[in-house]
Design a protein around this ligand. Structure first.
Ligand SMILES: Nc1ncnc2c1ncn2[C@@H]1O[C@H](COP(=O)(O)OP(=O)(O)OP(=O)(O)O)[C@@H](O)[C@H]1O
Length: 609
């Protein structure tokens, strides 16, 4: 094996000896530099960058180098022979002698001097800064000759005293060369083992990553990077809270109870994940090893609606003051962990706001569950509170935010149960929506006041579309762009003559209704602009349907006329009842969404109606 080494000799004579002796070790490719203490630092840093595997130096210079490089540093010892040589030299001198030096120099000095029956005081030092005061102490005691390292000798001479360098002889250098070979073999074996472990970890199907107590990721394998949606090389050095606030919370928990092994199920992006955190103690430091395993079966999934991709504030379109103020409030609420009560008309974007708040909150790595309180009471109870031993959403660590739509429809029995649960504390943030404000529901005797207070820690009224008519054009443009690609159209905008009636229409179904109107208009448009007769007719139909709404409500469904007319009334009645939500209407009618759309289109095309 060929070893790339650098020797830093603190005094020139050592450099010469190293050069001469390195010829006897052809496997060590050794560069030799002469530098003492600080002078050595830039030299060794450069050498490390160039791929030098080991550094050889002596005494204080070796110790200093060790602080600045991560490769091994071999210390040329001061052997018993070296001590013997120098002590023999000064033994018969009439002057008082002392040794001042780093531990490697002092080591053995006492043993050798006592063998020679030559009492010699020893002043050990740990750093260059201590040399002067050690010398002063020695001079006070009448010392005239000081034996030591380069720095000791230089300083003694500066202070007007004799200094004799304790040099390292051939035996010490042989010892150092043998150590270079041993250290390199050990390092290479260590590197091989690390490589082997890294290969195993890289190919492990589990996501594995390691974080330090400050939450900085030290290592991450490929599977972890995939689950966390980062590049493998981006993760080391990144703070865990930037990657996932939820996982970061786990180590905060682990930090509090270090003996425990943590097992949690969390929601990372669109994936349920089983997380195990093991604490590894390395010296005084604790490292957290995370094992991530994708978990396919998530409680509540399927029964409650878990949104995989969350909407964000960027998707809320509009530049009216009303919508801007609402977004501003909602963004401020997102920063807190308090429950939010959203009021607003059907289709006004309450659910969009709930999702955007979740996405901007610290819970965004956990799931957003959306449930309608209009569903069967027992089913809602099962999902929220658990059934058959399976925990409910309110006890599931997976749910970050639970959004309950139309909370006003919740039965008083479930209201009481939810109230009890909230009083005992839940892990989830609750967002609820209603068309009627909470306190009005209380006055109507439909809702428990205490629950309104607990769920409405923050109140977010979402304005109806008619109060922000200036947003209509902007929303319509985005809808047109989306539908163009869906229906293969090349529509580029709205004609001015349709914009005014669109802005004047009161939009009882709000943005949801606007979505339907624009979709209908677009389907009937053959040119490049939405407008003209067909578009006006679509709007006219909506207007007359809206006018019919009151009478239809009074008379329920008018059963006069042809079957087509009755079917059309039923379809529109159900659609309106479901807030113009086609999926829910189709569900209620027991037909699929495309059949509903086809029926609506036929009805709309039928000019006889
Ligand atoms: N400001 C907006 N910008 C863009 N799209 C919007 C905006 N507000 C609402 N929408 C869209 O309108 C539709 C209805 O919104 P959403 O479902 O959030 O309303 P809702 O008040 O929760 O009503 P519902 O209870 O009927 O679902 C959704 O497709 C939503 O993406």
């Amino acid at each position: 094996m060929n070893i790339k080494a650098l020797a830093v000799a603190p005094y020139p004579g050592l450099g010469d000896l190293l050069k001469e002796m390195s010829r006897e070790y052809p496997q060590i490719e050794m560069d030799i530099e002469t530098a003492d203490l600080q002078e050595a630092v830039p030299i060794v840093k450069r050498a490390e960058q160039k791929g030098v595997e080991v550094i050889v130096s002596r005494g204080g210079t070796a110790s200093l180098i060790r602080e600045h490089v991560s490769i091994p540093v071999v210390d040329i010892p001061v052997s018993g022979y070296d001590m013997l040589r120098v002590l023999t030299l000064v033994k018969d001198s009439n002057s008082q002698v002392a040794i001042i030096g780093f531990p490697n120099v002092c080591r053995g000095a006492e043993a050798v001097s006592s063998l020679l029956d030559f009492e010699i005081p020893v002043y050990p030092i740990e750093s260059e800064a201590e040399v002067r005061s050690a010398l002063r102490k020695a001079f006070k005691k009448g010392v005239q000759i000081v034996l030591g390292d380069v720095v000791t000798v230089k300083t003694a001479q500066e202070m007007g005293c004799h200094g004799i360098l304790i040099t390292s002889g051939r035996e010490s250098i042989e010892e150092a060369f043998a150590e270079v070979v041993r250290v390199c073999e050990r390092e290479r074996k260590g590197r091989e083992i690390i490589k082997l472990y890294e290969t195993v970890l890289t190919h492990d199907a589990h996501g594995i990553f390691i974080a330090d107590p400050h939450g900085v990721i030290r290592y991450a394998n490929r599977a972890a990077a995939d689950l966390l949606r980062f590049r493998e090389d981006e993760l080391p050095g990144t703070r865990l809270n930037r990657v996932s606030a939820l996982l970061h919370d786990l180590i905060r928990k682990e930090g509090a109870e270090p003996a425990q092994r943590i097992k949690e199920r969390v929601w990372l992006h669109d994936q349920g994940v089983q997380v195990d955190v093991v604490t590894y103690r390395s010296g005084s430091e604790s490292l957290f090893i995370f094992y991530l395993e994708p978990a396919d079966h998530l409680p509540g999934r399927g029964r409650a609606y878990v949104q995989d991709r969350q909407a964000t504030f960027a998707q809320i379109i509009g530049s009216s003051d009303e919508i801007r103020q609402t977004i501003k409030r909602a963004k401020a609420f997102a920063k807190t962990d308090k429950n939010i009560w959203i009021t607003g008309e059907i289709g006004s974007g309450r659910s969009l706001f709930a999702q955007a708040i979740h996405s901007a909150s610290r819970r965004n790595q956990a799931a957003f569950y959306r449930l309608s309180c209009g569903m069967d009471d027992d089913e809602l109870e099962g999902i929220l509170f658990g059934t058959g031993g399976e925990p409910g959403l309110l006890d599931s660590p997976l749910a970050g935010t639970i959004y309950l739509e139309e909370i006003g429809q919740m039965s008083s029995r479930l209201q009481q149960k939810l109230l009890q649960k909230l009083k005992n504390g839940t892990r989830q943030r609750m967002i609820v929506s209603s068309s009627i404000p909470g306190m009005t529901l209380v006055k109507q005797g439909k809702f428990a006041q205490e629950l309104v207070i607990l769920l409405g820690e923050h109140l977010l009224p979402v304005p109806p579309l008619r109060q922000r008519a200036e947003d209509i054009e902007e929303i319509a443009r985005v809808l047109i762009a989306a539908h163009n690609s869906r229906y293969g159209k090349q529509i580029v905008g709205l004609k001015d003559e349709i914009l005014e009636p669109l802005m004047e229409y009161p939009w009882p179904g709000n943005v949801k209704e606007l979505e339907n109107v624009v979709e209908e208009m677009l389907l009937l448009t053959n040119g490049h602009y939405v407008g003209g007769k067909e578009a006006e007719e679509v709007l006219e139909r909506h207007r007359s349907e809206m006018n019919e709404k009151d009478s239809a409500k009074r008379a329920e469904i008018d059963l006069t006329g042809s079957w087509d007319e009755i079917e059309r009334r039923i379809l529109l009645y159900i659609l309106r009842e479901e807030g113009m939500n086609q999926s829910r209407a189709a569900n209620r009618l027991g037909i699929n969404r495309s059949t509903l759309w086809r029926k609506l289109r036929d009805v709309l095309h039928n000019k006889t109606i």
